[in-house]
Design a protein around this ligand. Structure first.
Ligand SMILES: *[C@@H]1O[C@H](CO)[C@@H](O)[C@H](O)[C@H]1NC(C)=O
Ligand SMILES: *[C@@H]1O[C@H](CO)[C@@H](O)[C@H](O)[C@H]1NC(C)=O
Ligand SMILES: *[C@@H]1O[C@H](CO)[C@@H](O)[C@H](O)[C@H]1NC(C)=O
Length: 237
């Protein structure tokens, strides 16, 4: 059998290429370079930790797979710039001055597996915030001293989520209805929050009690397991 020639393939490819190219040129925030004060390597890792940055880096390589912007004073993750990075797998934003994460912040990061938002100044997490993160495996969101509200369905669509750490925030309650339903979840960090074990929070207390096995160490930290278990027991009393 002979394959028929495909006369339309070449022009089509050219058009796609043109569209892609113009798309990149039209983007005000990206290039193939490396942002100021950051180090970019050929493994597509961009390292900008501890550089006194107050804004999200510009000039990020489009193909960036790991972005580390921890230990700065960045106040905002701009959705437009962030969502051009559709190959991003690892994003460490810990220890910045982020106060708000919006519905559109992570809109296009479908490959993101690791996200760290610890040591920021977040106060609440809305319904759809993490919805687009279909590949998210580990979410660290600890040490946000004013974080007092997480929407019941905040993690409802994160079917790949295995590890969630919300330790040391200002949470008094957490609706676990959608958390319980996550098929891959195996570890949840809850310690260091002012949990109130009354009325609407009873589900959480019961769950912590019944499913104690889920509350494991993060990266082999025995002290933390003990702390989580101790907190859980205190909460149940
Ligand atoms: C946060 O970053 C600052 C530098 O910007 C550093 O001095 C401090 O130790 C960091 N804190 C944590 C908890 O990593
Ligand atoms: C923690 O939440 C309580 C209300 O539940 C509030 O009064 C307190 O100011 C919050 N703490 C911080 C550090 O924002
Ligand atoms: C928890 O959230 C679900 C929706 O996700 C809702 O149906 C349920 O009533 C909530 N439970 C409490 C105790 O607020």
């Amino acid at each position: 059998m002979r394959l028929a020639p495909q006369p339309s393939a070449q022009p089509l490819r050219l058009i796609v290429l043109l569209l892609l190219t113009t798309g990149v040129i039209a983007s005000p925030v990206l290039s193939s370079g490396c942002p100021d004060r950051c180090v970019c390597d050929d493994q597509l890792v961009v390292q900008c930790a501890g550089q006194h940055l107050t804004t999200f880096p510009v000039n990020l390589p489009l193909a960036t797979r790991q972005l580390i912007i921890s230990n700065n004073r960045i106040v905002e993750l701009p959705p437009l710039a962030l969502n051009y990075l559709s190959d991003l797998v690892y994003l460490d934003c810990s220890n910045n001055s982020l106060t708000e994460i919006s519905e559109s912040t992570f809109g296009n990061l479908r490959k993101l597996a690791y996200l760290d938002l610890s040591f920021n100044t977040l106060t609440r997490i809305e319904d759809r915030t993490f919805g687009p993160l279909a590949s998210l495996v580990m979410l660290r969101m600890t040490d946000n001293p004013g974080l007092s509200e997480i929407h019941p369905d905040a993690f409802a669509e994160n079917a790949a989520l295995q590890v969630l750490d919300v330790s040391r925030n200002n949470l008094t309650a957490l609706n676990i209805t959608s958390l319980i339903a996550l098929p891959a979840l195996r570890s949840v960090g809850l310690s260091g929050n002012p949990w109130s074990c009354e009325c609407d929070n009873e589900d959480l207390c019961l769950w912590v009690h019944l499913e104690g096995f889920k509350f494991q160490a993060f990266s082999g930290d025995e002290a933390q397991v003990t702390a989580v278990e101790r907190d859980s027991i205190q909460t149940i009393k």
